[in-house]
Design a protein around this ligand. Sequence first.
Ligand code: SF4
Length: 249
Amino acid sequence: MITKEIKVKTILSASKIYDWVINPYVGCQHGCSYCYARFMKRFTGHKEPWGEFVDVKINAADLLYGEIRKKKRGRVWVSGVCDPYQPLEARYKLTRQCLEILAQNNWPVTIQTRSPLVLRDIDILKEMQDLEAGLSVTTADDAIRKIFEPNAPPISDRINALDELHKAGIKTYAMVAPMLPGAEKLADLFKGKIDYLLLDRMNYHYADWVYRKYGLEDKLTDDFFQQTSKKLSKKLAMNIGEEEQPCPK
Ligand code: SF4
């Protein structure tokens, strides 16, 4: 893993999904096999494989402190092309520092992660007026998780994080995107722990080799996505949105 501390010029960027997005890191230690964010390599000149480099934006909080005074208030997505709670966050606390500033200024926030490290910041999250905290959970089967997301936290830890957040009175959602084999069994795990659910199918081809290697090609079809979506929706009896982007977290 190559880690480099960098200074950037801006941190609060316009987003097509929400109003704004903050990415405190370039790159992601989780290195999921299907991750669409690997396009970042093209823009940042990294030659290392996806998952094996992270640039740490050490001036993220300083920048946000200034930018939040100049930019129009809107919902901030944390994060779009990295996991804001990847392991390095335990050391650098950039996400925490940015959330503190967003909370002090009362900006609406949507968190999206695959990591239970989000629970470290529950003190700040509980104080936020307009917050949604989401865990990406792509399958109920941890053996499948290990195949596609070997460096991301186990499914049970993510479900526990959803539970803890929900019990703390925080609005929670689960994001099943991309929907992996074994997602059919997620309804029982989510029950009572989420306010809403987002679904999306596998939209990219980066992980096609994984499906081929393990003979899972039938789980790449529209049919699998539609059938599984129906099952989840019926069992959870809640409104289900289809997410426009497939990443994180
Ligand atoms: S899908 Fe999300 S958690 Fe996985 S590597 Fe990409 S940015 Fe990181």
